[in-house]
Write a protein that binds this ligand. Structure first.
Ligand code: AP5
Length: 213
């Protein structure tokens, strides 16, 4: 099963992709996670990407496409995958299609998780994560047992710099201007399936299982 997860920032792509990947034995590939890792390691990619990410802007297409191409050619995706946060522009979607075709791979579904702007701002201003194991928490929906520390390993929880409200608002604008057209791209390919992200995480997961089969 090869899937693309689409949706605005904070719609639950990462939460649901991680859960579905575990349930179905798929590789979960998040370009946001790959970029944050590159920033943390101080690689050339990380240095180039950091400013864009902090401002809530998209990293240039060529940097991201190169990253995904490496994964496709390395064979790590051969038993099925979920792409989370990629593609995000029409050139990225076209490059992905070309790279997959060249390697004899097809996308089975593009799952759009729809959530409205006010809910997104609320969710992202309450998001905390564990820098050690990447577990995410949310105030007040999913609180850690002990305030400010991870349930799994006791690490102090942190916030993403791009979760400040002004940056979130810009990310939403960027989504509408540069990414929303991807929905139409996959609709025309007859691959788009939309689920409501404004349900509990368990209900969203059930809706996704229904559309991916
Ligand atoms: P990326 O990391 O991909 O960020 P994003 O798409 O903005 O998505 P998020 O990770 O913020 O949210 P999500 O939809 O995964 O939701 P989550 O499950 O975490 O990208 C970051 C940056 O990297 C971009 O701005 C850009 O600069 C760059 N970048 C990445 N890919 C790129 C690309 N292809 N091209 C160019 N640049 C790129 O959930 C959010 C919160 O809500 C959590 O706290 C969670 O616990 C909570 N939550 C989830 N589901 C529910 C629910 N049903 N009810 C209540 N709370 C919920």
């Amino acid at each position: 099963m090869n899937l693309v997860f689409l949706g605005p920032p904070g719609s639950g792509k990462g939460t649901q992709a991680a859960r579905l990947a575990e349930a179905k034995g798929l590789v979960h590939l998040s370009t946001g996670d790959l970029l944050r890792d590159a920033v943390k390691q101080g690689t050339e990619l990380g240095k180039e990407a950091e400013g864009y990410m902090k401002a809530g802007e998209l990293v240039p297409d060529d940097l991201i496409v190169g990253l995904i191409e490496d994964k496709i050619t390395s064979g790590v995706l051969k038993n099925g995958f979920i792409l989370d946060g990629f593609p995000r522009t029409i050139p990225q979607a076209e490059s992905l299609m070309a790279m997959l075709t060249k390697n004899g791979i097809e996308i089975d579904k593009a799952v759009l998780i729809a959530v409205d702007d006010d809910e997104i701002v609320k969710r992202l201003s309450g998001r905390w994560f564990c820098p050690a194991c990447q577990a995410t928490y949310n105030h007040p929906a999913k609180m850690p047992r002990k305030d400010g520390v991870c349930d799994h390993d006791g690490t102090e929880l942190k916030r993403r710099p791009d979760d400040e409200e002004a940056v979130v608002r810009n990310r939403l604008e960027v989504y509408k201007k540069q990414t929303k057209q991807i929905e139409e791209f996959y609709r025309q390919e007859l691959l788009l399936a939309e689920v409501s992200g404004q349900q509990s995480p368990d209900e969203v997961f059930e809706s996704i299982l229904e559309v991916v089969g």
